[in-house]
Ligand binder design. Structure first.
Ligand SMILES: Cc1cc2nc3c(=O)[nH]c(=O)nc-3n(C[C@H](O)[C@H](O)[C@H](O)COP(=O)(O)O)c2cc1C
Length: 319
C-alpha cells in the first residue's frame, strides 16, 4: 500500500493530465462507438427486422423457475415502468388480428348476432346467479347457443378499415388493452346439434367455425391433460383460449404480458354471464398441463400457448 502511495505521489501533474486525457480520449472513442452501433442497430431493426420476435429456447420453463420478485414485478408492471420501445413505435406493421388458415379448410357458418333469440336474461340476473357449475348432463347445445357464446366471448362488434380496405381498428364484445385481443379460441366440441365432435377454432372476423379435426375422444384427452377433472370430460363444449402475446407486445412492449393476463379474465367472465343467461353451466380451469395442452392444439408453446380454459354444458339438475 505504502509503495503504491509512494509511486502515486511521484506522478507529476502532467502525468496525471496525460493519463486523464488518454482516458478521456479512449472513453469518448468508446462512447462514439456505442452510439454508432446503437444507431446502426436501430436503423437495421426499423427497416429489415419486420418479423415478430420469437421467444428464445431458454432454460425458464415455468413460473417456478423465476424468483418471487420477478413474479411480483410482472403483476406490478404498469405505465410507470413503460419504456416506449415497441415495434409499433419503430413503424413495424401490426400482426394479423386472427391466425391465418388454409382456404381449403372446412368452415361452418355460425348464427349471426342480429338473429339471436337466446340470452335475453337481464344482466342483473346473470350476474346475481352466476356460479361455477360442473354437473353437466348429456344434452346438446344448439348451434345458436354456441354462436351466442362465441360472439359473447370474442365476437367482433365493429371493424374499421381505411380507404384501401386495410384494417384500422377492431372492437369486440369484450374489452382488451389497446384493443389488441391477443387470443385465439379453440373448441373441443362434444355435444352441439348438427356439429361433428372434434377440435375447432373460432374465426371472429368471419363469425365461423374452422374445423381442425374430427375426434370423438377429444374431451377425454383434454380431461386427462387437466389432471382428470371430470367436468371437463363431460362438457358439451370446452373453450380453450390460447395467447399470442406479440399482438399486445407489438404495442405495449414490456407491460404487454400483464395486459394479456387481465384480458383473458374479461373473456371468461363474459362466458360465465352468457352461459348463465341460457340456463346452462360453465366452470373455468387453470388446472391443466401446459405442454400437453399446447401439443393437443399443435401450438408452439412459445409464441402461442394455452392460457385458460372453461368447460360448458347443459346442467344435469335444473337450477
Ligand atoms: C383463474 C381461475 C382458475 C380456476 N381453475 C379451476 C380449476 O382448475 N378447477 C375447478 O374446478 N375450478 C376452477 N376455478 C373455479 C373456482 O374454483 C371458482 O370460481 C371458485 O370456487 C368460486 O366459485 P364460483 O365461481 O361459483 O363463485 C377457477 C376459477 C378461476 C377464476
Amino acid at each position: 500500500m505504502r509503495r503504491l502511495q509512494h509511486g502515486f505521489s511521484r506522478l507529476t501533474k502532467s502525468h496525471l493530465l496525460s493519463i486523464n486525457f488518454q482516458r478521456f480520449s479512449s472513453l469518448s472513442f468508446l462512447c462514439i462507438l456505442s452510439v454508432l452501433s446503437f444507431l446502426s442497430f436501430s436503423l437495421l431493426s426499423s427497416t429489415e427486422d419486420k418479423q415478430p420476435p420469437v421467444a428464445s429456447d431458454s432454460v425458464i420453463r415455468g413460473v417456478d423457475d423465476l424468483p418471487l420478485e420477478q413474479r411480483r414485478a410482472f403483476l406490478r408492471g404498469t405505465l410507470s415502468d413503460w419504456r416506449i420501445d415497441t415495434d409499433k413505435q419503430r413503424g413495424i406493421s401490426p400482426p394479423p388480428i386472427q391466425k391465418p388458415y388454409s382456404p381449403d379448410a372446412k368452415r361452418l357458418d355460425l348464427i349471426s348476432s342480429d338473429k339471436f333469440t337466446v340470452g335475453s336474461m337481464s344482466v342483473r340476473d346473470a350476474v346475481r346467479n352466476r356460479r361455477s357449475r360442473r354437473d353437466f348432463s348429456g344434452a346438446q347445445f344448439s348451434l345458436e347457443e354456441l354462436s351466442y357464446l362465441l360472439w359473447a366471448t370474442q365476437g367482433i362488434s365493429r371493424l374499421d378499415r381505411d380507404q384501401d380496405g386495410k384494417l384500422k381498428a377492431q372492437y369486440r364484445t369484450v374489452p382488451s388493452g389497446g384493443a389488441r385481443h391477443p387470443f385465439e379460441t379453440y373448441l373441443v366440441i362434444s355435444r352441439v346439434k348438427g356439429v361433428t365432435p372434434g377440435l375447432y377454432r373460432y374465426l371472429p372476423v368471419e363469425h365461423q367455425l374452422l374445423m381442425i379435426k374430427e375426434d370423438l375422444g377429444l374431451a377425454q384427452q383434454v380431461m386427462n391433460s387437466c389432471y382428470g377433472q371430470g367436468f371437463i370430460g363431460s362438457s358439451a363444449v370446452t373453450f380453450i383460449w390460447s395467447a399470442i402475446p406479440y399482438r399486445s407486445e407489438w404495442k405495449y412492449g414490456s407491460i404487454a404480458e400483464k395486459l394479456v393476463a387481465i384480458d383473458v379474465g374479461h373473456v371468461c367472465q363474459n362466458l360465465y354471464l352468457a352461459v348463465e343467461s341460457i340456463n346452462s353451466g360453465v366452470c373455468a380451469s387453470m388446472g391443466y398441463n401446459q405442454k400437453r395442452m399446447d401439443d393437443l392444439l399443435k401450438v408452439d408453446g412459445k409464441n402461442e400457448f394455452v392460457i385458460y380454459l372453461a368447460a360448458a354444458g347443459k346442467l344435469a339438475k335444473k337450477k
